[in-house]
Design a protein around this ligand. Structure first.
Ligand SMILES: [Zn+2]
Ligand SMILES: [Zn+2]
Length: 176
């Protein structure tokens, strides 16, 4: 959905949307394979306008189904994210001598008085999707020798996989 900046009232605007799987798949670039299934999303936007500058704050809650990186079983995750954008009209950007500062990098630009909320929502959902997901923190993964899913049963292989698992856990904590 595109919002016309001139339609944002002085007191601001609050919007809520629910999106389904088809909405997301349509926005996802077709040359980028999806290794997850998008179920649904709830999106909230709060828009405020000061002069020509538009401030957007929002929340996204989404459900995706993806593969556990240890045991390769499908797992469903609910993901939450908050976001903030500052938009300015692109013409004020074009006319100025551009001196990049940290502040500039955080500003987005709109054309023809239009801000595409779908695009913002899509970006935010894409950011929430983890590169590596776990079905559970304690997932035992697959036996590196026989491939058995060790959450379901144990195997007779004698290996040093325990040490590998601890290393993975340590990495995971650092990233969190
Ligand atoms: Zn798992
Ligand atoms: Zn095994």
């Amino acid at each position: 959905m595109k919002i016309n900046v001139s339609n944002i009232p002085a007191e601001g605007l609050k919007l809520h949307f629910s999106k389904d799987a088809k909405w997301f798949v349509d926005l996802w670039p077709s040359d980028d394979r999806m290794n997850f299934a998008f179920h649904d999303a709830g999106l909230s936007f709060s828009l405020k306008k000061i002069g020509e500058t538009v401030f957007i704050e929002g929340k996204v809650v989404t459900t995706v189904e993806l593969e556990c990186c240890r045991c390769l079983e499908r797992t469903t995750k609910i993901l939450h994210g908050d976001f903030k954008y500052t938009f300015e009209p692109s013409r004020s950007h074009d006319n100025e001598e551009i001196e990049l500062s940290v502040e500039d990098l955080e500003i987005s630009y709109y054309d023809n008085d239009l801000i595409d909320l779908d695009q913002i929502a899509f970006e935010q959902i894409a950011l929430q999707i983890p590169m590596k997901a776990l079905c559970s923190e304690s997932c035992k993964g697959l036996c590196p020798q026989c491939g058995m899913n060790l959450n379901l049963s144990s195997c007779q292989c004698r290996s040093d996989f325990v040490d590998d698992r601890l290393a993975v856990l340590k990495d995971f904590k650092v990233k969190e």
